[in-house]
Design a protein around this ligand. Structure first.
Ligand code: PFF
Length: 469
């Protein structure tokens, strides 16, 4: 993707924002190909959400029934929201705030839709504030793995490593700082070829390593337990709160509901099929989450761990498995490197709405905008750093500061954002505008329209009302 590198470039392109044929083009350039777009969105979607968050949330919510609801949410709500987000982004071709304002007016509604874009900017900043802390853990685990501390380690030893590590606020604060530095570095330079290359390599490599782990899990003797935990639904365990958690996870893992995909959609060439690209991303993301779960739960049971253990689950199960494998030091190091990469490509998506907004609204350079955004996020992240040590007992509403930021963003802001996005695409935009972008009036378009107008909004509302009110 070519992103305008300097302010001067930006201004020049800005003048030609409206093309002669009436179609807009983005101020930040365009993806070089359909593949580049799919890769970038996949890079944003595949991240800690699949490998770190999905297993522990599924564990905390009792497994099977949660997984089923999550899958249903991905298909009937996630997919139409993603398509809506891309089509809105491509039609507006600006940052999410400006796009929503523009299309709100253009479609005869109101400029106040800009607040939907603004909520996305805020959600991205809040999510990255804690995401970066966990991503920092993966960096530390690269070093730990390479040093060989996990070789032959007992469950207690691995557990001790983890609690000692997160108990040290200076150390995890440092890791958070390093990770934010990396994210700022890439976003400031413009999301160029480097990112495309990274994703092209990273997603398949991550998949291979998950398959290696899966192979190990299958031989652990507890594969059956893992599978039945994940796929035997026990609806007694399902509360409205876990349904909300499943919905929130569907949004989080697909990076939807906050304008990241809208921002990416703004750089999408006219002729690319939105349906095809969305389907590819949803499939890749969902398969990686399911495979990660299948690799992790058997290890949880084989080592007598608790599936409801929380955010430390992956950092406690995987080092154990690697520690017992031939070549474990190598595999473990590579695995955490890839996980850090996966988090990195997601962090970029989380910053993009805020950065694109500052560049366009305040006429700053990309570098300035990124540094401002990065500093804000870093500062907010300190709250999550302290949630695992100094302020671990400081609990309100959903729990620690980390728990609250996570709950507010995943379970409230993303579903609410998604709801407004489908309502906008399904009801506010006229049929012609959407069919123009989705490029058909056939069965696919009709299905999208029914899902976007009725199924997704009603589903989201039902869950939000029952779980929150
Ligand atoms: N989808 C990412 C993950 O699963 O780790 C998290 C994420 C990235 C959410 C980018 C939102 C976003 F804009």
């Amino acid at each position: 993707m070519r992103i305008a590198a300097t302010n001067a470039d930006l201004r020049i392109i800005m003048l030609s924002n409206q093309a002669a044929d009436g179609k807009r083009s983005s101020l930040h350039g365009h993806w070089s190909s359909r593949m580049a777009f799919v890769l970038a969105v996949t890079g944003s979607a595949v991240g800690l959400g699949n490998i770190w968050k999905f297993p522990y949330i599924a564990g905390q919510n009792g497994g099977g029934a949660f997984v089923l609801v999550y899958l249903a949410c991905v298909v009937v709500i996630g997919m139409p929201v993603m398509m809506s987000e891309i089509l809105i982004g491509r039609r507006g071709r600006r940052n999410p705030v400006a796009t929503m304002e523009l299309l709100g007016k253009e479609e005869g509604s109101s400029a106040r839709w800009r607040w939907l874009g603004a909520m996305g900017v805020v959600a991205g900043i809040l999510i990255l504030s804690y995401y970066s802390v966990i991503a920092g853990w993966t960096l530390a685990y690269v070093v730990k793995s390479a040093s060989g501390v996990f070789v032959g380690a007992s469950p207690d030893a691995v557990n001790w490593q983890f609690s000692n590590f997160v108990g040290d606020w200076r150390l995890i604060g440092l890791c958070h700082t390093v990770f934010m530095g990396l994210a700022v570095f890439v976003v400031a330079r413009g999301v160029e070829r480097g990112l495309e290359q990274a994703v092209r390599f990273m997603v398949p490599a991550l998949l291979v390593l998950i398959l290696v782990l899966l192979g190990y899990s299958i031989n652990s003797g507890f594969f059956g337990e893992g599978v039945s935990f994940m796929f035997t639904p026990d609806f007694e365990k399902l509360t409205w709160n876990s349904v909300l958690a499943a919905l929130g996870q569907a949004f989080f893992t697909l990076s939807i509901g906050m304008g990241a995909i809208m921002a990416y959609g703004a750089y999408l060439p006219e002729e690319t099929s939105i349906t095809g690209a969305s389907a590819a991303v949803v499939m890749a993301d969902t398969s990686i989450a399911i495979l990660a779960g299948l690799a992790i739960f058997p290890l949880v049971f084989a080592n007598n761990l608790d599936p409801a253990d929380g955010p430390g689950l992956v950092f406690q199960t995987l080092p154990l498995a690697f520690g017992q494998m031939p070549g474990g030091v190598f595999f473990s190091t590579i695995f955490f490197v890839l996980l850090a990469f996966a988090a990195w490509t997601s962090a970029i998506g989380l910053m993009e709405p805020a950065v694109a907004w500052i560049v366009e609204r305040y006429n700053k350079t990309r570098a300035q905008a990124t540094i401002m955004t990065g500093l804000t996020i870093w500062l907010l992240g300190i709250g999550s750093v302290l949630s695992f040590n100094v302020l671990a007992e400081f609990k309100f509403l959903a729990g620690t500061i980390f728990d609250n930021v996570d709950y507010l963003t995943s379970n409230i802001m993303l579903p609410l954002g998604g709801l407004l996005i489908v309502l906008f695409a399904g009801w506010v935009m006229c049929r012609n505008s959407t069919s123009d972008e989705l490029g058909s009036s056939g069965v696919l378009f009709k299905t999208w329209r029914v899902l976007a107008r009725f199924v997704a909004p009603i589903g989201i509302l039902l869950v939000l009302i029952n779980a929150v009110l």
